[in-house]
Design a protein around this ligand. Structure first.
Ligand code: DGT
Ligand code: CA
Ligand code: CA
Ligand code: ZN
Length: 582
C-alpha cells in the first residue's frame, strides 16, 4: 500500500482551487472529536478525529476530488473508519454516527469543555445533572455559589477565574500540525517558483508552535503568500515583511531578506530568543554587532559574516549549532569548546519498538503494518498490542496472544531477515502489577509497560506503580512515562528523577513516544535520563501505517535532548538488541 503521506499536499490544477468543502469536513471531524470526548469515548478515537480534522483542513486539494478518486485513505491520519464516515457525509450530506453521538451528549457539554479546568467528565455531568448548557450559565451558577458542592470550593473559584478571563488563550499548534502546514505552504511556493524556508520554533522542533516564520530571498514571496488558498486575512503586507492569518487561526509571518543577509536572518528568526541574545553578547564582546542583517564590525562598519549560518557561527568562534539545540541550554559553551553532541538522526533507527495492529486498537492489520515497516528499511519492529486489562483498547487475553504469535511466526518466515518481535504494551494496574505472570511473559521478546488508567492517584502511588513495573523482571521499557497529552492533559505527577534512577539502577529503558500529542518523555526529561546513563527507545506508537513516521517527531525530541546514536536502544542492530534484552 502506498504510504499515506504520498498525497501531494498542494495540487494547483485540481478542482479549480475550490476547496470549500474541506473546511466543512474538517469541522465535522472536529465535532466528532469533541463529542466523543464529551461522551467519554476512548481517547484514541478522540485524538484520531482531531488529527484527521487538522489533516483535512490543511489539505491542499479539494477533498471531493480525493474522494472521487477513492484516495481518502491516502490522506495522512485518515484510516478506514474515518474514510467511511467522510464518504457517507459527502454522499448523503449527513452522518448517522454524528447524530447518534449528539443524542448521547447533553447540550452544552462541548461548550463547557472549552473552559480551562473543565474536563469532559465534568462537562458531561454539569450539562446533564445540573442543567448547565452554556458558559454564560456556568458563570451565573458559579457566582451564585450553586456549584460549590459539585465542583468543590477551590475548584469553583479556579474555574470562575478561567471563565472571567475574557480572551481565551491562543492555541499553540502541535509540532505535527505546524509541520504539515509548513510543508503545504513550502510546496505551494515551489509551484510558484519561489523558494522559502521555515524558521522559528518549528525549525527548532519545539513540541508546540505558536506561529510560522518563513524566510525567502525572493521579492515575489510576500505577494505569493497573500494568494495562498489557506489565507483568511492579511494582517500587514510590505516588501520585506508580510503577516497573514490562516483560516484555521494560525499566523504566518514571511520575511524577505537579501541573499547576503540570509544566514544572519535565518539565525535571528530561528531563535530561540535566548540563544540569539547569547550570540549577540559574544559579538558585542568582540566589538561587533549581530542582528538579523548580519555580523558587523562597529569600527570599520564592515560586514564580517551574514550569508550563511555557518559563517556567522564560525566568526563567533563556535561550532555550527543544530537548530534543535538553540535553546540556551548549554549549547553555546559546548560549541565554543567543540563538545556539541553528534545528534541522533532518523536514519540511525533500525527498528521501531512500539506499534499497534487491529489485534488491539490499531487501524491496520499486523501484516500490513509489518510490511510498511519493512519498506521503511527497518530490520525489526515490535508489536505492542495492549494487554487485557485495558478493555477500551481491545486488550489481548493470553489465548489471543497465542494466536497472534502464530501469525507472527509465519510472517517472520516469509519476511526474513526482517523480524517481528513479540511484544506487548502491558498495562500497569492500579497497584503496579501487570496482567500476566512471569511464565507467560517469557514468551515475549521485549515488553513495554504503560500507565494509562487510574492516573488520578496520588503522586506517591503513581510513582510507586512506575517503580514496581520497572522492577518486574519481565519489563524492558517504560512507555510514555508521564502519559501526558499535549494541550489536553498534564503528565502524571510522578517523581521522574526517582523513576530515572530506578531505570538506571536496573538497566531498564525509558521511552520517547513519538506520537505527536504525547512526545513523552519530553526533551528536558529525556536529556536528564540520558545524562543519568539511561538508554532511551524512540518509538512511533503507530496505530496505522500512516503513523509510522511519528518516529520523526520522537527523533526531534531526542535531538532537542542532546541524544546521540549510542543513547538510543533502537539504533542497535537486531542481533545486538536481542543480546541486550537477554
Ligand atoms: P513560537 O512562535 O511562540 O512558537 O516561538 P518562536 O521561537 O517561533 O518565536 P517568534 O515567532 O515570536 O519569533 C521567531 C524568532 O524571532 C524567535 O525565535 C527569535 C526571534 N525573535 C523574536 N523576538 C525577538 C526579540 O525580541 N529578540 C531577539 N533577539 N530575537 C527575537
Ligand atoms: Ca514562531
Ligand atoms: Ca512570528
Ligand atoms: Zn500507550
Amino acid at each position: 500500500m502506498a504510504p499515506r503521506s504520498s498525497l501531494a499536499p498542494y495540487q494547483r490544477n485540481s478542482g479549480g482551487g475550490d476547496n470549500t468543502r474541506n473546511a466543512e469536513v474538517a469541522d465535522l471531524l472536529e465535532k466528532l472529536s469533541l463529542l466523543s470526548e464529551a461522551g467519554g469515548e476512548d481517547r484514541f478515537k478522540v485524538i484520531a478525529y482531531r488529527r484527521a480534522s487538522t489533516s483535512v483542513r490543511n489539505l491542499g486539494e479539494a477533498i471531493e476530488e480525493v474522494w472521487k478518486r477513492g484516495d481518502l485513505e491516502k490522506i495522512q491520519f485518515i484510516g478506514g473508519g474515518i474514510a467511511k464516515k467522510i464518504d457517507e457525509y459527502l454522499r448523503t450530506g449527513k452522518l448517522e454516527f454524528l447524530e447518534k453521538l449528539q443524542r448521547n451528549v447533553p447540550e452544552g457539554a462541548v461548550e463547557l469543555m472549552g473552559v480551562s479546568g473543565i474536563g469532559p467528565r465534568t462537562a458531561y455531568k454539569l450539562a446533564k445533572d445540573n442543567g448547565i448548557k452554556s458558559v454564560a450559565q456556568l458563570k451565573e451558577a458559579l457566582v451564585s455559589g450553586r456549584l460549590a458542592d459539585v465542583l468543590g470550593a477551590v475548584n469553583s473559584k479556579r474555574i470562575l477565574e478561567a471563565v472571567n478571563e475574557a480572551k481565551p488563550a491562543k492555541r499553540r499548534m502541535l509540532l505535527v500540525e505546524a509541520n504539515e502546514l509548513s510543508k503545504d505552504i513550502v510546496a505551494y511556493f515551489r509551484q510558484e517558483d519561489v523558494i522559502v524556508e521555515s524558521a522559528g520554533s518549528l525549525r527548532r522542533g519545539k513540541e508546540t508552535v505558536g506561529d510560522l516564520d518563513i524566510l525567502s530571498v525572493d521579492a515575489k514571496a510576500a505577494k505569493v503568500l497573500v494568494g495562498y488558498p489557506g489565507v483568511d486575512r492579511v494582517i500587514e503586507s510590505g516588501p520585506t515583511r508580510t503577516s497573514v492569518f490562516m483560516k484555521n487561526g494560525v499566523q504566518v509571518d514571511i520575511r524577505v531578506v537579501k541573499k547576503t543577509q540570509y544566514g544572519a536572518a535565518m539565525i535571528y528568526f530561528t531563535g530561540s530568543k535566548d540563544h540569539n541574545i547569547a550570540l549577540r553578547n559574544i559579538a558585542i564582546s568582540k566589538g561587533w554587532t549581530l542582528n538579523e542583517y548580519g555580523l558587523d564590525d562597529l569600527n570599520t562598519e564592515k560586514t564580517i559574516a551574514g550569508e550563511t549560518e555557518r559563517q556567522v557561527y564560525k566568526k563567533l568562534g563556535l561550532e555550527y549549532i543544530q537548530p534543535e539545540l538553540r535553546e540556551a541550554r548549554g549549547e553555546i559553551d559546548a560549541a565554543r569548546e567543540g563538545k556539541l553532541p553528534d545528534l541522533v538522526e532518523v536514519g540511525d533507527l533500525r527498528g521501531d519498538l512500539q506499534m499497534h495492529s487491529t489485534w488491539s486498537d490499531g487501524s491496520d492489520e499486523l501484516e500490513t503494518m509489518a510490511r510498511a515497516a519493512k519498506e521503511r528499511g527497518y530490520e525489526y519492529v515490535a508489536f505492542t498490542d495492549h494487554s487485557v486489562s485495558i478493555g477500551v483498547a481491545n486488550g489481548l487475553s493470553e489465548e489471543r496472544f497465542r494466536k497472534q504469535w502464530k501469525v507472527i511466526d509465519e510472517l517472520n518466515d516469509e519476511l526474513k531477515p526482517f523480524r517481528i518481535l513479540k511484544s506487548v504494551e502491558a498495562e500497569v494496574r492500579s497497584d503496579g502489577s501487570l496482567d500476566y505472570d512471569a511464565t507467560f511473559f517469557e514468551n515475549f521478546d521485549i515488553v513495554g509497560a504503560s500507565i494509562h488508567q487510574s492516573f488520578r492517584q496520588s503522586p506517591e502511588k503513581l510513582t510507586g506503580r512506575a517503580i514496581r513495573a520497572l522492577n518486574n523482571p519481565a519489563v524492558n521499557i517504560l512507555f510514555h512515562p508521564t502519559n501526558r497529552m499535549i494541550g489536553q492533559r498534564e503528565g502524571n505527577p510522578i517523581d521522574l528523577p526517582k523513576v530515572i534512577k530506578t531505570a538506571k539502577d536496573l538497566g531498564k529503558m525509558l521511552e520517547i513516544d513519538g506520537s505527536p500529542n504525547r512526545l513523552d518523555l519530553d526533551d528536558v526529561w529525556a536529556r536528564r535520563a540520558m545524562e543519568e546513563g539511561v538508554i532511551l527507545s524512540i518509538d512511533s506508537d503507530a496505530h496505522g501505517t500512516g503513523e509510522l513516521e511519528n518516529v520523526d517527531y520522537g527523533v526531534t525530541v531526542a535531538r532537542r535532548a542532546w541524544l546521540e546514536k549510542k543513547d538510543v536502544l533502537n539504533t542497535l542492530s537486531l542481533k545486538s538488541l536481542l543480546k541486550k534484552l537477554h
